[in-house]
Design a protein around this ligand. Sequence first.
Ligand code: NAI
Length: 245
Amino acid sequence: MLTDRTAIVTGGSRGIGRAIAVELAKNGANVAIIYAGNEAAANETAETIRALGREARTYKCNVADYDAVKATVSAVTKEMGVPYILVNNAGITRDKLIFSMKEEDYDAVLDTNLKGAFNFIKHCCAGFIKKKEGRIVNIASVAGTMGNPGQANYSASKAGIIGLTKSVAKELAGRGICCNAIAPGFIATDMTSDLPISEDDIKAQIPLGHVGQPEDVARLAAFLCGDGGRYITGEVIRIDGGLAM
Ligand code: NAI
């Protein structure tokens, strides 16, 4: 159980992040929900967590903004205690084929998906090191290992997440801190709701024959943050119905 542990979940207002925030709360954690702009959705997630008897607070913060992340981690620490769990989940896509991908499409995706994770790890690690404990879960993607047409920026960011995860895992293992990545395949969220590919074509690529749900990813994240994850670090776990096998 994660009773009274403080967890930070970025992009925790909807989709996979929301499911992770709720699942961690079901396992006893108090959750700081980091959201970009949708205050109503963040508040709804917080209310769901409070209904489970856990503390939840919402923090508006652009994960790509180094100084804003620093201030947010300080505020969480002051109001909720030193975090034990950090889930870097916030992410965006700006899909385009490489010849029409603009510099700003590339920068926006790298800044949010990769630098955002760096920013939170950077500002959380002092607290983890001081307490000689902590769990970091970074949400990567099978696109980071397989590549994907139209997603050069996104795939690069997610491959970067995997390198970041392994380096941080090696650096912090001696301090009792575990750092792992989860690489989902197709999960039913807003991000995948308007893909230029039919549902049947998606299912045909997946050996298990269906897309995953945010709760599938959430249960894995909670496992890594709980007792089951205490001897796992530097790992990248696919959760994709066999897609990238
Ligand atoms: P989503 O679009 O529903 O949620 C993304 C969340 O990130 C939103 O709450 C959004 O507000 C937040 N966010 C985006 N930019 C932000 C910023 N600059 N600062 C703070 N928050 C920001 O997407 P979904 O599907 O829930 O994705 C969650 C993570 O899972 C992402 O990292 C995504 O790349 C990854 N993923 C998703 C897959 C899928 O099939 N849905 C597959 C593989 C990976």
